[in-house]
Design a binder for this molecule. Structure first.
Ligand SMILES: C[S@@+](CC[C@H](N)C(=O)[O-])C[C@H]1O[C@@H](n2cnc3c(N)ncnc32)[C@H](O)[C@@H]1O
Ligand SMILES: [Zn+2]
Length: 316
């Protein structure tokens, strides 16, 4: 029998994807009850049960998803996108021949994927590198957008053709919480968390032995001129506290830095503020003054990122 990649978020029983409704087999439920999860018309599956929701609409809002989509599609963070994809490619290319020989598919989880700017670039790698990409986020509007783009590109999980010796990486867009991943233990070769939550225990659980974890965070000095304009007291990003929490389950193998100078119009700056936590924390007068100044002259700032490459310790 085919071993399922997915498990039920309610009873952890195995669950097989199906075109209209995903259903667990209930084998681990005390009453053998099977739970259904409908596939949305855009092609994503909502695997976030109400009891795991901490608010009515968890995660990023429609407005912040739209702002991020406009901003990212303009290419401002392209260097980071390229760096992440290169790192994944290097890591996975080493392991792929062994996986192929053992007939194992290579699965990758992009957690907190948002509307999928980085996920779509990962999918371009093709099945020589990644067979299956699980794009997961707690925000429904994010997954609606990601599923639409994946469908147009013909990469959705139900669009793969059985006959074709397809080179396509297939995408499963899932609404889920990072704390309750609907994935079988040791089923994914890697996880990316790009400005997204980091849950050491949940990640270690679903990763294979020696599986990879790629984390992207803002580095010191990220958007410094914007933060100076918005706040009286600018605190630096405290970027590596989480590393302690990840050890001893994970070993840090590499760190990379990338930066990009940006010259932003008023609407781009407004989008950047909407897609980052600054939008909520800055005083509205300061934000207004900044945006008015930018109407006259482009705003110059620098994006600075740090990318951590970690590997799961085999005994965790
Ligand atoms: C700063 S955004 C980054 C999105 C995307 N990775 C990018 O860089 O464009 C953080 C994302 O994490 C998601 N998120 C927040 N808490 C989450 C959780 N507990 N489980 C899954 N996703 C979560 C949000 O909905 C949001 O889309
Ligand atoms: Zn179930």
């Amino acid at each position: 029998m085919l071993v399922s990649l997915f498990i039920c978020p309610l009873c952890q029983s195995p669950m097989q994807p199906a075109p209209d409704t995903w259903r667990c087999d209930g084998s681990l439920h005390p009453k053998q009850t099977s739970h259904p999860f409908d596939v949305a018309r855009q092609g994503y599956v909502n695997l976030l049960p109400v009891q795991q929701k901490k608010s009515k609409s968890p995660g990023d809002s429609q407005a912040s998803i739209e702002a991020r989509k406009r901003f990212l599609n303009a290419g401002h963070y392209e260097k980071l996108q390229t760096l992440i994809v290169q790192q994944m490619q290097q890591l996975l290319a080493q392991d792929k021949p062994v996986a192929k020989k053992n007939n194992q598919s290579t699965n990758w989880l992009d957690i907190g994927c948002g509307e999928g700017y980085y996920t779509q670039a990962m999918a371009q790698m093709g099945s020589d590198i990644i067979d299956t990409l699980i794009a997961a986020d707690i925000s429904k509007p994010a997954l609606v957008e990601l599923a639409k783009v994946s469908k147009t590109a013909g990469k959705l999980w139900y669009q793969q053709s059985k006959e074709a010796s397809t080179k396509t990486t297939i995408i499963y867009p899932l609404v889920t919480s990072a704390a309750h991943l609907p994935l079988r233990a040791r089923s994914v070769k890697g996880i990316s968390s790009i400005f997204s939550p980091i849950l050491p225990q949940a990640f270690a659980e679903v990763l294979t032995d020696n599986g990879y974890l790629i984390i992207a965070k803002p580095d010191a000095g990220h958007l410094a001129s914007m933060r100076e304009a918005l706040f009286d007291d600018v605190r630096e990003h405290d970027s590596d506290k989480f590393l302690q929490e990840l050890s001893p389950k994970f070993t840090l193998i590499e760190t990379h830095r990338v930066s990009a100078a940006m010259s932003l119009s008023a609407s781009e700056l407004a989008d950047l503020m909407t897609m980052t936590p600054y939008a909520y924390r800055a005083k509205s007068e300061k934000r207004q003054v900044l945006l008015e100044a930018v109407e006259k002259e482009a705003f110059n700032t620098e994006a600075r990122f740090i990318v951590y490459v970690l590997q799961k310790a085999s005994d965790s």
